[in-house]
Design a protein around this ligand. Sequence first.
Ligand SMILES: [Fe+2]
Length: 186
Amino acid sequence: MAVLFWPEGAIVNKREEISSILDKCGISLDFWPVRSSGRTATLLDEDTLGEEEKEAILSEQDQYFAQLRASHGYMARDLIVIYPGMPGLSGLLDRFLPIHYHEDDEVRYIVDGEGVFGFVLPEGSQVELLVEKGDFIRVPRLLEHWFRLTGRRKIKAVRYFTGTAGWVPVYTGTPSLFPPNTSSTA
Ligand SMILES: [Fe+2]
């Protein structure tokens, strides 16, 4: 379940309190149980997955995709798999650590592992949100945010898209209020 951190070190665990903070900038946060059979439960623990194995995990979560397609018009989904020692990992993470926004919503459903989203709130303060297995998050288009891993450096997340073109980060140059090279959760 998600946990929210303020730069000064305060921690918010209560779901309603987290939602009231995130509501201010239009972020949706839900908890959906991850569905798995015997085989996919094993696959979810693996570091690397082939395309067929990813599809097996994705298809088991497709009732959620169907809901999102009906409610928000999402047309595509894929599974991003990140693990310690993954080739190109630091370059990938460097793309998403500086504060940025996207022209489309960033929609993620965490099915394994954990990661940290950061957000710039409307009044200029910033928060970080630890997301874990079962957390679904929709970051609205144009909202300044960032993403990093925890010390586990492992996450699997379903990404939902309104088009197949995906999205690119637009960097804003806004400085982070969180100390560099430290982690609230690692
Ligand atoms: Fe992003």
